[in-house]
Design a protein around this ligand. Structure first.
Ligand code: ZN
Length: 290
């Protein structure tokens, strides 16, 4: 029997529409840093990934982020990414020695590896180049596509192509599937020049030790209280939670257990970085930013 293409088209429209109806339809937000961030919507997202820029040798920049930190559920970029001490990581290490409830909290706030990439939303090109911060699942799928010799380097300006990322489900049930577009899409010099220096932006998000402590005890951040780190502390603990400092484990003790993120690679133009190691460059950049 011949295939009924009308029936197949109708089915495809039905499934696509189902995805678009639910949840967020906004695929783009501008952060406090003025940078535009892409967020996958339910259903199909079509993205063209940009090639490595700014001295990077990969199209992604690896970093580590803590989520739901402190009474205000803040997101904290892990300072260990640039080799500095992180009070959240120290606290997580201490929590792992505690009760099951504390271990659960440790899992929730421990540093999660993320990979930030430059993308163009091909259905909304007016949004320009945006940062898309992805987890391991999507990264693995993208790398898997690129391992296919018939697809190759998706990010190549001339021979690369867009990918379709389909998002289904909500919350912890969210799943993603990825497939490359068949046709090649070229990137213009103008588009390439809009690439965002992700490494520099990530470094600028890293705050000092005392500020992170402030986020952990709630003295910094004013959003609606949703859940609290302090609920897991002894009831007679002072209201200003000093515990994260007090319980800090020796550095050597947690290094073995906490995943150490690979330093992000930044090539700042304003500083003479000749002869500097990656870590020295990052520190110099951080110092320059104050
Ligand atoms: Zn950390």
């Amino acid at each position: 029997m011949a295939m009924d293409m009308d029936k197949i088209l109708a089915k495809h429209r039905e499934i696509s529409a189902r995805g678009q109806d639910k949840g967020s339809s906004t695929s783009s937000t501008v952060g406090q840093d003025g940078v535009r961030y892409f967020k996958a919507i339910d259903g199909q997202n079509e993205l063209r990934i940009l090639p490595p820029m700014f001295g990077n040798d990969t199209f992604y920049v690896e970093h580590a982020t803590h989520y739901k930190v402190g009474p205000n559920n803040k997101t904290v970029e892990c300072p260990r990414t640039i080799g500095e001490k992180c009070p959240v990581c120290e606290y997580v290490q201490a929590l792992y020695q505690g009760t099951n409830e504390e271990k659960e909290l440790a899992k929730e706030i421990k540093a999660k590896k993320r990979w930030a990439i430059n993308v163009i939303d091909t259905k909304n090109p007016q949004n320009g180049v945006q940062i898309y911060d992805i987890g391991e699942t999507i990264l693995e799928q993208i790398l898997g596509q690129m391992m296919n010799p018939e697809v190759g380097d998706l990010t190549d300006p001339t021979t690369g192509r867009a990918i379709i990322i389909t998002k289904t489900g909500q919350g912890r049930e969210t799943t993603y599937s990825t497939s490359p577009k068949i046709s090649v899409s070229q990137l213009s010099d103008a588009q390439l020049s809009l690439s965002v220096n992700i490494g520099e932006i990530l470094v600028s998000k890293i705050v000092d030790y005392d500020t992170v402590i402030g986020i952990m005890d709630g003295s910094i951040g004013t959003e609606q209280r949703k859940g609290s780190l302090s609920q897991f502390l002894p009831k007679d603990a002072p209201a200003t939670v000093a515990a994260p400092v007090a319980v800090a484990a020796p550095v050597a003790a947690y290094v073995a257990q906490v995943v150490v993120p690979t330093p992000i690679v930044v090539a700042p133009a304003a500083i003479n970085t000749t002869g500097m190691s990656v870590m020295e460059k990052l520190k110099a950049l951080k110092a320059q930013q104050g």
